[in-house]
Each structure stands twice: as structure tokens, then as C-alpha cells.
Ligand binder design. Structure first.
Ligand code: NIG
Ligand code: FE
Length: 408
């Protein structure tokens, strides 16, 4: 059965190539078989329906779809609708937390990559069911906040059977699983032999469950040469490439990502002019993770500089227990607008269409005809309320593939 949504005060579709951040006021949206069939002004939807009732022919897709099947009308009562959020960077499979590190950072202790090893110890000690239960709770948290597509990385075990386990559990909740065996060199392990393992046996073990390979190319984690070797091994095994780069300081991550044709390079907090020029001349998305700067008291990435240079920017949560333990895409939008120089339209685009680009997906992140019907209905008349009312739960209802995902 088709559903016609009416009473949409403001609709964001990301589907107008000439005006990517534009909205439609007083809009309607028709979905059929889990996909968007038609979007436009509410007045046009009525005309289309009337044409059908009076037997007049119409070329409108709305009337075509409406006349094909029974239509349920859902009046959204003057609320705003945006595409479901696409969170292209999370680390959701882990045990324990590191709230003590967060508290220490707030009094001046700097963030260091080494904290990852504490989560590794807790994760190795957890049973499958414990990890599954934690993961399910986090996924419910994402859904309730409007996220309808999300990526999950491995990287909190760092042994071959353990990374295979994390990849397998992640694949139970998403198709977008990333192999991050190269998160940090585990304690008591020789660097060179660990890099060999990541490129070889560990890669073979996770391969059936994953779509992407990633590496933490940073001081305290992996060097440029190590990162390149790992990414090449993943690419040769058929995986798409993504990189954690330029989080803690300027470094080789961005240039490496561009050189490797990565779908995305994530963090991009410390960039040189040459990094920005390289990104602008590439198809690599710069994924900004402002939850990290919030939670580690670092300066925010300069989104304005990137966008003005012509770089495609995405926003993601980086939900993880060390550097950003939040799953809230509305918070990312608020930080992007308040702290990073993005307009509201740019921030909403980056959290939806930008995330889809970062995952090389064209079926999500927008509400043009043919898109998967992933919708967030806001308890607000405009998307402006996302940054304007920070911390307020504004998500009224979430649909994925035309079905209600939240509240259950
Ligand atoms: O994206 N940068 C590497 N990984 C995470 C942090 C993981 C952790 O501290 O546990 C990140 O910030
Ligand atoms: Fe991360």
C-alpha cells in the first residue's frame, strides 16, 4: 500500500541538483513499496489526486502511483521532514566505558590513542551475548535519534578470531561494516608482525563480513607506510578504502586517502592548504566528527574552509567509548552550525547526503523519487530547530523503507 504524507511544513529532499540544500514549504511526499514515489508541494499532490478521481489523465508520478494502489494518508500536522541520518563512522561493538578518561580530559589531560587498549581488554573479556546486547542498545539509541543507515567498525579486539567476531556481530546490524584491525598495535606485540597479520590472516578472517578497510593513520597508531600497506591489502581483497586521518595533528592521512581513492577520510581536524587542495581535486569525502572535539576539548575542524574550497563534507558521530561517546546526529548538526561555520542546510545535508556519499550509497541520504523511504519527522516546523534547540529530543517519528522504525 502507498502512503501519502501531508501536513509537512518544511521538507528537505537533498534531491534538487541546482539547489542541494533547498527546502519545500507545505510539502507532500508519496511512498510506495518502501521507496519515495513522488515529492512536491501539497497543492500539487491534491491536484494529482483530484485528476485521478475525475478520470482526467495526468503525467504526474504522484497520480500514477496513487491510482495504482490504495493510499493511506498520514497528516504530519505541520512538522518538518528530513531524510534519515546516515552515520558513516561509528565503533559500536565494544564492552566497558572510559568515563574516567573523559572526566580527566575535562580538567586538562590530553586525549591519547593508547586508551583504545583499555577498551580492547574489556571487549576481549565479554561474551558474544554481552556484546550483542550492548550493540542492540546502541542501535536502538541511533534509531530513536533519526539514524536510519550506519557504519560500524571493528578494532576493539586486535586478534584474528576476535576481529572476526566483532565483524560478524556488526554484520548482524548493518551492511556497512569496516575492518579496523589497524586501530592500534596491541600491547606486547611487535609492530612489524602485527602489520603482517592485519594484511594477511586477520584480513582473510574478517573478509566475509566486511565492505570497507580503514586504518588509524596517526601519531601513536600507524605510520604512513604501514597504513598504505594495510589499505592496499584491503583494496586487493575487494574492500573500499576509508582512513582515520589528521585527528591529533597535521599528518599524512588526508594525502594518503586521496592517493588511494578512499571514499572518505575522517576527522580532518588539522589540515594544511595542500591537504584541502588535494581533497577539493578528489572524490574523497571529508567526514567531520565534532563529537570528538567536544569530548576531547580540541579545536573543531574548519568546515567553512573545506566547503568554500569545494570539498564534499559529511558529518558523523564517531560513536565510541574513548573519544566521542554519543550517537546523536542532531548534536553533530548543532556543533557544526555553532562551532564550525556551517549553515543549517549544509549541516543537515552533510549528516544525510554527505554520509551517503562517504559510504558510496545513492539509495539513502535523500528523498528524491526512487530513494529508500527513510524519513525523520521532527517535532518542529523547521530543520532550523535542530541546532536552535540543542539537546532537546526533537525526533517525533522515524521511518526506514517506509516502515516505522521509532518509536516502536
Ligand atoms: O575515531 N581514532 C581512532 N578511533 C576512535 C577513538 C577510539 C578510542 O579512543 O577508543 C576515533 O576517535
Ligand atoms: Fe573513529
Amino acid at each position: 500500500m502507498a502512503t501519502l504524507f501531508t501536513g509537512i511544513a518544511e521538507l528537505t529532499t537533498n534531491a534538487d541538483a541546482a539547489a542541494p540544500t533547498a527546502t519545500i514549504e507545505d510539502a507532500a511526499l508519496l511512498i510506495d513499496a518502501g521507496r519515495v514515489a513522488w515529492v512536491g508541494a501539497a497543492a500539487d499532490a491534491e491536484t494529482a489526486a483530484a485528476a485521478r478521481d475525475s478520470g482526467l489523465s495526468s503525467t504526474s508520478r504522484a497520480s500514477a502511483a496513487v491510482s495504482r494502489s490504495e493510499v493511506e494518508v498520514v497528516d504530519l500536522g505541520g512538522r518538518a521532514v528530513i531524510p534519515g541520518f546516515v552515520d558513516s563512522h561509528t565503533h559500536l561493538v565494544f564492552a566497558g566505558d572510559r568515563a574516567d578518561e573523559f572526566e580527566a580530559r575535562m580538567t586538562g589531560v590530553p586525549y591519547a590513542a593508547g586508551g583504545i587498549r583499555r577498551t580492547v581488554a574489556a571487549t576481549r573479556a565479554a561474551t558474544d551475548d554481552e556484546l550483542r546486547a550492548r550493540l542492540a542498545a546502541l542501535v536502538a539509541e541511533l534509531h530513536a535519534q533519526g539514524t536510519t543507515t550506519f557504519e560500524v567498525k571493528t578494532g576493539y579486539d586486535l586478534t584474528t578470531p576476535g576481529e572476526e567476531r566483532l565483524a560478524r556481530l556488526a554484520a548482524e546490524v548493518t551492511d556497512e561494516v569496516t575492518y579496523l584491525g589497524a586501530h592500534v598495535v596491541p600491547e606486547g606485540t611487535d609492530r612489524a608482525s602485527y602489520v603482517d597479520l592485519v594484511c594477511d590472516r586477520m584480513l582473510d578472517a574478517v573478509r566475509p563480513h566486511v565492505r570497507w578497510v580503514d586504518v588509524f593513520c596517526e601519531r601513536g597508531a600507524f605510520t604512513e607506510a604501514e597504513s598504505e600497506r594495510i589499505l592496499r591489502a584491503g583494496a586487493e581483497a575487494g574492500l573500499g578504502v576509508r582512513v582515520h586521518g589528521n585527528q591529533l595533528g597535521e599528518g599524512p592521512g588526508v594525502q594518503l586517502a586521496v592517493r588511494m581513492g578512499a571514499a572518505s577520510v575522517d576527522h580532518c581536524t588539522h589540515l594544511t592548504d595542500a591537504d584541502i587542495a588535494a581533497l577539493a581535486a578528489s572524490d574523497t569525502v571529508a567526514t567531520l566528527l565534532p563529537g570528538v572535539e567536544f569530548s576531547t576539548r580540541q579545536p573543531y575542524p574548519d568546515a567553512r574552509r573545506l566547503i568554500d574550497a569545494g570539498v564534499t563534507v559529511a558529518l558523523a558521530s564517531d560513536c565510541n567509548p574513548g573519544s566521542s561517546f554519543t550517537s546523536s546526529m542532531p548534536l553533530m548538526i548543532a556543533l557544526a552550525v555553532r562551532e564550525m561555520g556551517m549553515t543549517v542546510g549544509e549541516a543537515v545535508w552533510a549528516a544525510t547526503a554527505g554520509g551517503a556519499r562517504a559510504l558510496s550509497r545513492d539509495d539513502v541520504g535523500h528523498l528524491g523519487p526512487g530513494a529508500r523511504a527513510d524519513l525523520v519527522v521532527l517535532d518542529a516546523p523547521s530543520r532550523r530547530h535542530l541546532p536552535y534547540r540543542p539537546g532537546v529530543p526533537l525526533v517525533h517519528r522515524v521511518y526506514r523503507g517506509g516502515e516505522v522504525l521509532s518509536p516502536r
